[in-house]
Structure formats: structure tokens, C-alpha cells
Design a protein around this ligand. Sequence first.
Ligand code: URA
Ligand code: SF4
Length: 219
Amino acid sequence: MEDVEEELEKLRIEVERCRRCSLHRERTKPVLGEGPAPSKIVLVGEAPGYWEDQQGKPFVGAAGKFLNELLASAGLKRSQVYITNVVKCRPPKNRDPKPEEEEACAPYLERQLSLLKPRLICTLGSHATARILSFFGLKPQPITRVHGKTFRTQSLLGEVFVVPLFHPASALYKPPMRSLQLEDWKTVGRLLAEIKGFPEEILNFQNRSLLCRRAPGHG
Ligand code: URA
Ligand code: SF4
């Protein structure tokens, strides 16, 4: 059996040298991803921003701070999930990645998923949602319609649940998005408890943290 961490390390080196699309020209550090490997839960964002490009890590800026809150509302901590993006290099001025850039970078994401073997993939925002739904042979759908819903897929990766979610950054510009996103992530928490065979260490932490937050006022 392949050593997943070793294979991901090889991928990291490949990505550091990658020139498959023009995003390589202005990147400081590419961002392959971060988290446990293999990982039962994988989050897929859009592209590195300024701070991610500086540090070579995903979601370390303002959107990342809010992501930590969202994870907590699902009863999860960041160290329990693997986080990556559709494209691994920062688009200049944080513009949206172009279709040809996403296409060029897609093989890295696909290799990551086949190594990580997730049971749950949360897509963050419209780009990741379209990419992952089509990866599983599903029709891309607007994020406004499918956010918080669960897609159950069967593929070479086995049974994988996909939950499209809004991009955490959208709450930074539109405050009403905060509560909507927190609600969506609560449904992720409930789904985890329902997925058969989900690792005890994640479920136990989930129970504890959900209980902790209920404790005030409940004795
Ligand atoms: N936004 C993303 O989509 N990904 C990151 O890593 C940071 C911000
Ligand atoms: Fe290569 Fe992806 Fe970076 Fe483009 S974004 S240069 S395909 S690693």
C-alpha cells in the first residue's frame, strides 16, 4: 500500500515546480493543502489569497478565521479536516481563477482526493462546487440552490458524500451570510453523526463540543 503522506509530499514538490498554467508566474508559494492524511473530511476552497500565498497554507487570512468558527458549529476542529483549493497558486489581485487554470490544476486535486480517500467533501463556493460535482459526474448547479444539501456519490472512491457550502469569504462582505452559513454547517455536523462507520474520534469530539456549547443554561 502506498504511503499517503509520502505521496502527498511528492505532489507538493511537483506543485512547487509546476508551470502548467500562467498562475505560476506571480505566485510566492503554491498551496497544496494541509491536514491529516488520509482524511475522512476534505474541504475544497477556490484559490489561495494574499496570506495563503505568503505562507503556503490554506485559509490563514480573514476567511480562514471565519472558517474555524464554521467548523466549530459542526462540532469539528481544524486539525480533523484536510483543506485544499481548486487551484494551488494565487490568481493576481485575488481575481477568480479562469476555466483554463482550473482545468490545468484539476489533476492535482483529483490525485489528492484519491490519496486522501474522504467520506465527506465540503465544497466552499461556486468554483469548488461546480468542479467537485462534475468530478463525480453530477450536473453543476448554482450554489444558491444547493448550499447545505447532501449529494451521495458512488465512484472509484467508494461512497462519498458531497455538501456544497457558501465560500466563507462571502460573509465578510455580506454580514447576513454569517448566520446562513452557520446554519449550513450545523447540518454538516448532523450529517456526520448519520454517516455509518464514521471514525469514533471525530464523533466523540463532536458530541463533547456540542454538549459544551449547550452547557450554559442547561445545568
Ligand atoms: N480563499 C480560498 O478559497 N482559499 C484559501 O485558501 C483562502 C481563501
Ligand atoms: Fe500548476 Fe496549478 Fe499552479 Fe497552475 S495553479 S501553475 S496548474 S499548480
